[in-house]
Design a protein around this ligand. Structure first.
Ligand SMILES: [Zn+2]
Length: 362
């Protein structure tokens, strides 16, 4: 579901790496970055590691695995990520990894803790900043595929929570089960750490280079009054914009909405990540090119659809594999051709039919 590449790696492993790197600095009683509060006591971090270890259902975003074969090359997005964080030091990576910093904004949303989720039921959350053009395509999607039963929130994901220790601490406590004192200490430390120039004072796009649709657990749905959420990372949007994909957010929204449609059908389309992702690509392209959808004509869409390739990865065999760049572009083109072949042109096929034909194709 996520454009991020999720690897189900216990956070404890990540934390252990962080602890190792942090230890010399903490032991020396100083921090190379300077001006920071003292690092949380290693003992507190070890307790956090223990809490994380208990928390097995945590997905960690990692750089795509290096299983790049001759036919599958690193995407522009992967190169962008490497360049955007090129000035981060090894210690930065260890600290931010140990603190799960690049996951916190997404977890705050997935666990219903984002402050905008407490606001009255609006599909687009006040203060959540989706641009007007994104709200327009959102309404189109709801009209085309039908609104989500139970309601879906749309929000734009920024890194502001990272410099807000209250919000960060809550995620540490509620998601990772950390003790309040440890969570508070780590949250204060993270807020000070990311408030440096090379992290854009917490607003670095790498912190929000994730876009996802997420179905809340029953308990969280009851609390938020919504069944699901779609969050567009400002980092994702910025990265794709930098790469020249002007209409990337349209594609991202159409893709994430297709996941909502898939879940409505039968929980998941096919039960494996790659199958679900490619089916969502096909459905989204069907919508983007359909006269009653965004009505993108061939002249426009053939350039815009290259963004699907950016969302692929070369980690075939990994449980989080989303399809290779070539497979994702091919799935989108299939959706476009399916739409083109339908008569009358005004006909909107049921998503079940589109997906069934997609899965049945040779
Ligand atoms: Zn997806």
């Amino acid at each position: 579901m996520k454009r991020w590449n999720f690897v189900r790696t216990p956070l404890a492993a990540v934390l252990a790496v962080g602890l190792t790197a942090l230890a010399p600095a903490a032991a020396a009683g100083e921090h190379p970055a300077g001006g920071l509060p003292p690092a949380p006591a290693l003992e507190a971090l070890e307790r956090a590691a223990e809490a994380f270890r208990e928390h097995t259902d945590v997905a960690f975003a990692a750089a795509p695995a290096g299983e790049v074969g001759g036919a599958c090359r690193a995407t522009g997005l992967q190169r962008w990520s490497a360049e955007a964080t090129a000035d981060w030091t090894g210690l930065d990576r260890a600290v931010l990894g140990a603190a799960a910093a690049t996951m916190l904004p997404a977890y705050e949303v997935m666990y219903g803790l984002h402050p905008a989720l407490g606001s009255p039921q609006e599909p687009v959350l006040p203060g959540a900043r989706p641009a007007p053009e994104h709200q327009r395509i959102w309404r189109k999607l709801a009209g085309f595929w039908g609104a989500e039963p139970g309601g879906t929130a749309l929000l734009s994901l920024d890194g502001s929570m990272l410099t807000d220790p209250e919000r960060t601490s809550r995620v540490y406590r509620d998601v990772f089960g950390m003790r309040a004192a440890d969570a508070d200490a780590l949250a204060e430390y993270v807020a000070a750490y990311v408030d440096q120039e090379r992290f854009d004072h917490g607003d670095h796009p790498a912190f929000t280079n994730v876009t996802f649709a997420h179905r809340f657990s029953d308990e969280i749905a009851a609390g938020t009054g919504r069944r699901s959420v779609v969050a567009v990372g400002e980092g994702s949007a910025a990265a794709l914009r930098d790469l020249g994909h002007e209409h990337a957010v349209d594609v991202l929204l159409a893709h994430e909405y297709a996941h909502l449609v898939g879940w409505r059908m039968d929980g998941s389309v096919r039960g494996d990540v790659r199958g679900d992702e490619l089916a969502a690509d096909a459905l989204s392209a069907y919508f983007l090119s359909h006269p009653h959808g965004m009505a993108w004509q061939w002249q426009k869409l053939r350039g815009r659809f290259t963004v699907y390739g950016e969302l692929g990865d070369c980690a075939a065999g990994a449980p989080w594999h989303h399809g290779t760049p070539a497979q994702r572009e091919a799935a989108a083109m299939w959706g476009y051709r399916q739409q083109e072949a339908s008569r009358p042109r005004s006909l909107v096929l049921a998503p079940q039919q589109v997906v069934a034909e997609f899965l049945a194709k040779p």
